[in-house]
Design a protein. Structure first.
Lengths: 234, 234
DNA sequence: AAGAAACCTTGATTTTGATCAAGGTTTCAA
DNA sequence: TTGAAACCTTGATCAAAATCAAGGTTTCTT
């Protein structure tokens, strides 16, 4: 959690457009409509380690990642950090605060220099009424997220650490797997947090998977999947 | 998983109305609008143990609980059962399949005699366009669910089993706690599954909490919370 | 009301993965 | 470019909770 903590608001006029035309929730609209939305969108940049928001902030904006990526994490009741997900360009956050008038439960931190677009609650609500198809897109996104989060939760309780790690690698590979080489998008520490274990255990389990000839570590962040079927099965 | 497996479709005309006027996603509309929705809604009843749907079913209906309750669970990659949540009257399920043209990932089983209302994808989409406020309600519900699921997932990785049990009891009590007696809505087996442990451990941990004078077991399903603050803290 | 089935509890044992510790490596900033 | 900080790996130990086992209880069915 390196953070220099002052949210520098660089309102850089140019990237609004990219933002709107980039994201799935808007880019199905026609050009004029996107232009209209551009008007209401605020852009903001963050350095690596800066917080976009923190738990307890009350929020009335939807934040859409334009460039870079955000680490969404929470601190548990007992103070430990848990990586919830990583947001990449086109993905958004802030929906809870936005639709429920609540405060953020999560922290959002730039993992690298990042720019985001923000749209206020009232502007968004106007848009949702005017263009109901936006609602459908957001519903699609949120329902997918519910599913993803429930899948993850189910794995915590039903799979061993080794299986969770293996499934994570398999997920990275994805269904449209040309090459069978995956690049870890997280540090081992964050990966450990995401799959609910410690860095030490990740290190050991990767070694085990390698000894079982299921994977081959190419570099610190590149892993070749040798046997996807048995990796999933374990 | 006791299941007699034939979904008996009792289309019982009377309860449609209750269903529509009961649920948060519709009951903010005015009477005529609810009447219109009633037209499109199908009612269906299930005996205890019957499945409303199963993983792999492709779904094009949103299912809203009218009476009784549904156990939503999934089978993990390795075949173990995980209780995801319990749906009570007014709550709905099926959103993933509905908005994403995917198959169900979960099983939905009646925990007791239950009746549900179902609305098809196309009817719902018509309604969403006609009455955008319904979208807002569903967005509200889904975003709350994302949050809930992420909270639950974070607890699995950051809290001990004892803490998760304690937090579960505290959640049951809720903020508007008149009495400090909670009634477990689940069997110990399902409770164990929900909080990610075994029935044996639930049994032992409840005993421990009692020995710490944090709770008092009144009957098999009634528990008096003696010290909520320390229960949450642990 | 009897029997079966599922559920719950308690005990003994085992396993998994966390924690503690220390050395090695990469990354970053001055 | 050199030091500091963060990160990663491996080893040794320990603790939490799963598993195995068996008896007791409740619940459902007939």
């Amino acid at each position: 959690m390196t953070e220099s903590d002052q949210n520098q608001k660089h309102t850089c006029g140019l990237s609004h457009k990219g933002c709107v035309s980039l994201v799935p929730i808007f880019n199905h609209l026609d050009v004029q409509q996107m232009d209209e939305i551009m008007e209401t969108v605020q852009s903001q940049s963050f350095e690596k380690g800066e917080l976009v928001y923190r738990a307890g902030d009350k929020s009335d904006v939807l934040t859409i990642v334009n460039k870079g990526s955000l680490r969404i994490y929470r601190l548990s009741e007992s103070g430990k950090e848990q990586l919830v997900r990583v947001l990449r360009p086109g993905e958004f956050t802030g929906e809870l605060a936005l639709f429920n008038e609540k405060v953020h439960e999560n922290y959002a931190e730039a993992m690298e220099p990042a720019s985001v677009c923000q749209i206020t609650r009232s502007d968004l609500q106007t848009l949702l009424v005017k263009y109901p198809s936006i609602s459908l897109k957001i519903l699609q996104e949120l329902s997918a997220r519910v599913d993803q989060s429930e899948t993850q939760a189910a794995r915590f309780t039903t799979e061993s650490t080794e299986q969770r790690l293996a499934l994570y690698l398999a997920d990275l590979l994805g269904p449209g797997s040309e090459s069978n080489i995956v690049t870890l998008p997280l540090t081992k520490k964050d990966l450990a947090s995401y799959i609910g274990t410690t860095p030490e255990t990740v290190s050991r389990k990767l070694k085990e998977l390698e000894e079982l000839n299921l994977i081959k570590r190419l570099s610190s962040s590149k892993i070749k999947i040798l046997d996807e079927d048995n990796l999933i099965f374990l």
